[in-house]
Design a protein around this ligand. Structure first.
Ligand code: GDP
Ligand code: MG
Length: 163
C-alpha cells in the first residue's frame, strides 16, 4: 500500500494548488485502493525515482459547519481518517485565523501524524511568517510556497521519512 497524505485546512489556503503540484495531474487509480471512496479528490505523487504516494485534496473546513460547509468538513474528516499523514495548511499571508484553531483542535484529538504547513511564503521571510503559528500547538511550522514550489519537495521528503 502506498502512503496516503491528506491536505486539510480552511478554504483558500492553497490545498488544491499543492495537490496539483504534487500530482501533476497523475490521477490515482482509486479502484486499486481499498477503503478509499471517490467523494474526495485523489492523486498520485512521486518523490524521486520510485517513491510513490497518494494525495487527497479536500474542500476545506471553515469552522462554521452548516450546509455546504458541513459537507466539506465531513469530507475533510474522512480524508483524515484515510490518511497516514495529515498536512494541515494555513495561509502565511493571512496569519492565524479562528477556523485554523477549530481544525487544530480536531487534529490534536487524532493519533495521525500531522504537520503544520504555512503556505504562501513567497516573497516573505519564512522564519518570520512561521512565528505566528507556533501558538497552534502542532509543532514546528513548515514553510512552503505551493504556487512556486518552494519547500515542497523537502516537505514531502521530510513527512514521508517521519512515517
Ligand atoms: P484551496 O481552497 O485551499 O484549495 O486553495 P487554492 O489552491 O484554490 O488557492 C487559493 C488561492 O491562493 C489561489 O488564488 C492560489 O493561486 C493562491 N495560492 C496558492 N498557493 C500560493 C502560494 O504559494 N503563494 C501565493 N502567493 N498564492 C498562492
Ligand atoms: Mg481547493
Amino acid at each position: 500500500m502506498l502512503p496516503v497524505i491528506a491536505l486539510v485546512g480552511r478554504p483558500n489556503v492553497g490545498k488544491s494548488t499543492l495537490f496539483n503540484r504534487l500530482t501533476k495531474s497523475r490521477d490515482a487509480l482509486v479502484a486499486d485502493l481499498p477503503g478509499l471512496t471517490r467523494d474526495r479528490k485523489y492523486g498520485e505523487g512521486q518523490l524521486g525515482e520510485d517513491q510513490n504516494y497518494i494525495v487527497i485534496d479536500t474542500g476545506g473546513i471553515t469552522g462554521d459547519e452548516q450546509g455546504i460547509d458541513y459537507e466539506m468538513a465531513k469530507q475533510s474528516l474522512q480524508a483524515i481518517d484515510e490518511a497516514d499523514i495529515v498536512l494541515f495548511l494555513v495561509d502565511g499571508r493571512a496569519g492565524l485565523n479562528p477556523a485554523d484553531e477549530v481544525i487544530a483542535n480536531y487534529l490534536r484529538k487524532t493519533s495521525k501524524p500531522c504537520h503544520l504547513v504555512v503556505n504562501k511564503t513567497d516573497g516573505l521571510n519564512p522564519d518570520v511568517v512561521i512565528g505566528d503559528f507556533f501558538s497552534i500547538g502542532l509543532g514546528h511550522p513548515l514553510a512552503i510556497a505551493a504556487a512556486h514550489g518552494r519547500g515542497v519537495t523537502s516537505l514531502i521528503e521530510y513527512v514521508l521519512e517521519e512515517l
